[in-house]
Design a protein around this ligand. Structure first.
Ligand code: C2E
Ligand code: CA
Ligand code: CA
Length: 582
């Protein structure tokens, strides 16, 4: 059995944490203002003075035609005095209770002497009233003690990790909040054990728990020992994840020194159920306020850095968060979603119609869509660039080609409609060895005549890879397939390349259409592109047309075709089908 040594000062440590993080918060929320104490105390004295004076007054007051002696009101004021004392006991803990008790007890002999020596029998009910008030505040006090103990226990469990006995994530968040409020500089470190899942899987949960208890105890020992030179706070946030808050450091080197101590402690041999383990951990950290100014960002950014340490799997276990880790993380996340979508067949397509200026349907552009496992639709603007970067684009394109090709091919066969299908290709995909075979198969399987298929290639290809791509593009043209130059205007393609490009269509990017009617220069610019396209022998289509006024201008300057939300958003296949048959 392993030697789990929870040290004796555990309770002291726990208490310190509770004191540091939650007690103050608790008191702030539950404490009654000091002036209320004095209000009840002074209230008590004033009402007692009224009791004494009214008890000795024989004056009568008239109420509703009846004469009532003033002294009969003494009982009412006596009750008010007792209520003041009871409030003290209810709201001001031991201090309120003792104050109340002393007041009531001191009053007893005074009342008694008035009864015995002055024969003032009317004070006798007041005496019993006092006794009852004493019983009431004792009962209140005893009950408060019980409730307090219970609350303390609740507070303790709220901030403690039950398995390891060290503070939990809630305590850590509270401390982070408190430090942020005071604008204190601190480092938040996310520590995750490596290979912990394997221990759980092969040795069972009990062994896993023992590992966590032992590691937590080692971390806590260093935290409490003060040997790191910084002020530390360790907590277990979940499973095999710990959070360390470091204060009172002057340079980042101090942080690294502190981390090394914890790293060392974790990597020492661990013996659980007679088996030896060597465990390591990944440390990602953020510094407040440099790397985030909210609890969320400080915690999640440290987590991002920690994940990067795991991913890179180098001998350096520490990494501070930097902004570019976010894009790496996002890329990995999106890549995983694309792979899952390919496996689960949740990549699909929509069809955006293209029209000539008499509003006659020319055809459709197939646009890729993807659903993640929760059914959320992810935009191609997000997943296409990632698919390109990680080499999944040919698979994504392939799915869109196959599905959209079959759909449009079937319609052409059934209705004889003279419509085209435009598909997008990424440069990386276009340059793959088997691209032409893939397109051949697409034509064969879909039955779309080559003259009704169009491949959209972005203008950027002319800048990046024109030499490698030119043969490929000519081969596509030779197959009788149409070629469109997509996003025209966003790159800086030279006229000589454009002249050689065997395209049919030039697609003016939406950004130029957006500006079209804002000033005459923009209009002349688009007119220039249209003329250029016509000179080269291309048709010209404007993308992203959203307003009637844009259509008017485009008509005026001789644009051939329109693709935009004004006449058609991307449609589901069945809606595109209805548009064709209507
Ligand atoms: P793109 O090829 O320039 O496609 C046109 C984009 O503009 C589409 O966005 C379309 O929905 C949007 N659009 C069209 N008209 C309007 C309009 O009037 N207003 C506005 N606001 N937007 C309009 P989407 O579908 O998000 O596609 C974004 C980009 O993703 C595409 O730009 C294309 O570069 C890429 N993409 C989409 N599907 C595929 C695919 O199957 N394969 C590859 N390789 N890339 C694809
Ligand atoms: Ca396109
Ligand atoms: Ca475009």
């Amino acid at each position: 059995m392993c030697g789990v040594h929870m040290s004796k000062d555990t309770d002291v440590h726990k208490k310190r944490i509770i004191d540091e993080t939650l007690t103050k918060l608790y008191e702030e929320n539950s404490g009654k203002p000091e002036h209320a104490f004095w209000f009840f105390l002074i209230g008590y004295f004033i009402t007692n003075i009224i009791v004494t004076t009214s008890a000795h007054t024989s004056t009568m007051i008239e109420m509703g035609g009846h004469s009532i002696p003033v002294y009969t009101f003494a009982g009412v004021f006596s009750s008010v005095a007792n209520i003041c004392v009871i409030f003290l006991a209810v709201y001001f803990g031991k201090r309120g209770f003792l104050t109340g008790l002393v007041l009531l007890i001191v009053q007893l002999p005074l009342i008694l002497s008035s009864v015995i020596f002055k024969g003032n029998l009317s004070s006798l009910p007041g005496f019993f009233g006092n006794i009852l008030a004493i019983i009431a505040i004792v009962a209140v006090y005893l009950n408060n003690v019980k409730v307090d103990k219970f609350q303390q226990k609740l507070r303790y469990t709220a901030v403690t990790d039950l398995l390891t006995g060290i503070p939990n994530g809630f305590a850590c968040d509270e401390l982070i909040n408190a430090l942020m409020k005071k604008n204190d500089r601190f480092a938040n470190v996310c520590i995750d054990l490596n290979g912990f899942k394997d221990i759980n899987d092969t040795m069972g949960f009990e062994a896993g728990n023992q590992v966590l208890i032992e590691i937590a105890s080692r971390l806590k020992e260093i935290c409490d020992s003060g040997t790191t030179g910084t002020l530390d706070f360790i907590s277990r946030t979940s499973g095999d994840e710990f959070a360390l808050l470091i204060r009172q450091f002057s340079t980042e080197e101090d942080i690294i020194k502190t981390l090394s101590k914890y790293d060392e402690a974790i990597s020492k041999k661990l013996t659980i159920f007679d088996c030896d383990f060597f465990i390591s951990a990944a440390f990602g950290y953020t510094i407040y306020p440099d790397d985030g100014t909210t609890v969320d960002s400080i915690v999640s950014h440290a987590n991002t850095a920690m994940n990067e340490v795991k991913r890179v799997n180098s001998s350096n276990h520490f990494l501070r968060f930097t902004g570019d880790l976010l894009s790496t993380e996002k890329t990995l996340e999106t890549e995983a979603k694309i792979i899952a979508a390919i496996e689960n067949d949740t990549i699909f397509f929509m069809l955006q119609p293209q029209f000539d200026l008499s509003h006659k349907l020319r055809g459709f552009e197939a646009l890729a869509r993807m659903k993640d496992k929760d059914g959320n639709i992810i935009s191609p603007g997000e997943f296409i660039p990632v698919a390109e970067k990680v080499g999944l684009i040919d698979q994504v394109d392939g799915i869109v080609y196959r599905k959209a090709g079959k759909f449009i091919g079937d319609i052409i066969r059934q209705t004889g409609a003279d419509i085209s299908l435009s598909i997008n290709v990424s440069v990386r995909h276009l340059l793959k060895n088997d691209f032409l075979t893939e397109i051949d198969n697409l034509l064969m399987n879909s039955g779309i005549p080559p003259a009704q298929l169009e491949i959209e290639i972005t203008e950027s290809i002319m800048i990046e890879s024109i030499n490698k791509a030119m043969n490929r593009i000519n081969a596509i043209h030779d197959m009788g397939i149409m070629i469109a130059i997509d996003d025209f205007g966003t790159g800086y393609s030279s006229l000589s390349y454009l002249n050689e490009f065997p395209a049919n269509l030039l697609k003016i990017d939406k950004s130029f259409i957006d500006k079209l009617n804002t000033n005459d220069k923009s209009k002349q610019y688009v007119a220039g592109i249209i003329n250029l396209g016509h000179t080269m022998g291309f048709d010209v289509i404007s993308e992203g047309v959203e307003e009637d006024a844009q259509i008017e201008t485009l008509r005026e300057i001789g644009c051939d075709l329109i693709q935009g939300f004004i006449w058609g958003k991307p449609l589901l296949p069945e809606d595109a089908g209805k548009l064709i048959t209507s």
